[in-house]
Design a binder for this molecule. Sequence first.
Ligand code: MN
Length: 499
Amino acid sequence: MIPELKKLEVWFITGSQHLYGDDTLKQVNAHSKEIVGYLDANKNIACKVIFKPVVTTSDEITRILIEANTSTNCIGVITWMHTFSPAKMWITGLGMLQKPFVHLHTQFNRDIPWDSIDMDFMNLNQSAHGGREFGFICSRLRKNRKVIAGHWQDEDVVSKMDVWMRAACAWHDWQGMKIARFGDNMREVAVTEGDKVEAQKKFGYSVNGYGVSDLVAFIDKVTDKQIDKLVTAYTNEYKVELDARQMAGVKESARIEAGMRDFLEEGNFKAFTNTFEDLHGMTQLPGLPTQRLMADGYGFGAEGDWKTAALIRAMKVMASGLDGGTSFMEDYTYHLNPKGMKVLGAHMLEICPSIADGKASLEVHPLGIGGKADPARLVFNVPQGKGINVSMMDMGNRFRMVTNPCTVVPPDSDMPKLPVARVLWQPMPELKTAATAWILAGGAHHTGFSMAITKEHMEDFAEIAGIEYLLIDEDTKISDFKKDIQVNEIYYLLAKGLV
Ligand code: MN
């Protein structure tokens, strides 16, 4: 369901020119190979790193970057200027490049060899000024890219590279992605709406609606064997203590899950939405099925929220192989006690068990909304640790992403009567400032919540997507945050004229 990141390729392209002669270019080539070997073998690097021969002319540069565009496994490009590569040669190629790229501003030799340094060394190790020439043309062309400066064996450099690769993988995954909406939006809700044509143009994914009866046709075809298989999986994976009536509800939930899986697999969807206001022909709101589909890597947004469904899918791709889970989330209720203000995050049902602390409990309880049968759901707490909440909105002339890191904390006491998965967090810098900034930014009530990825992943992703990025963290001051929003208003009105 989630692509294997190690099968996806990042191309390493080194720029130079002919001025230096063959001997120097051979050394440049050898050094590039060594860096690629190091990065590719590094267990902290998500993708395969592929060496490409050093480019020295405008034609070579253009050719390799066109090839990167059309290669299905290439998710992005790393560029490095070991020597000085006159950057007018890069104008055509960079103008055509459609994939994300990193400017790795590194030098092969970490240290200056004080005793032996001569002009040969100086002619070979020119990143310090070669990288500046390349940086200028990228900025002059207004190209979004990540700049990573430092020695290539530096752990921080490797980590930044990995973060960017994960963002580039998620971006790659969005291209051509299909999102299914069962029913439309929750009626009258604003923030979950948006321009789906603009999203497809900007993000590459398509969002299409299906009648709930289209899904019900799949649910009706589910066999008893499929249901039994799922119920066995439930009893193995979760704590299950249910009476006969509740067990009947679980079986009905298994039927819905199998039908949803068949529908999503047949249509090759990676994310979906539904709404409790439109469940015609379904006996219960799909709580457990949605939780389990999310755990398998599907993006999900409740109440028709397709932007959050896409976002959660992207966050799950970025989080692949990392510790900690990623879920759909909603800021539900506050604890405003001055001794420690926090947010209780939950949803009616649909929280992904990838964030659960231990085994989840499978339960069946009435739902006070929607007027359907009692739905099955997984109930659990979430372990302490660092997390982020992320939201995407359509601001009319642009998409905006807001990210807010938080600390997940234990509840002050058990909540025995709360029949849903729940997580408590303290947002950065603290609740009052975080909530004020979030509200001023127009941040949604739905978020993507993750304990696997960080604000750096989201910043890289927003940069690749070319959208507005607002961060609420330990450095946030409301007066500055307001100014940032105002400056951005002007920027996004003018930016289209720059490129
Ligand atoms: Mn909701």
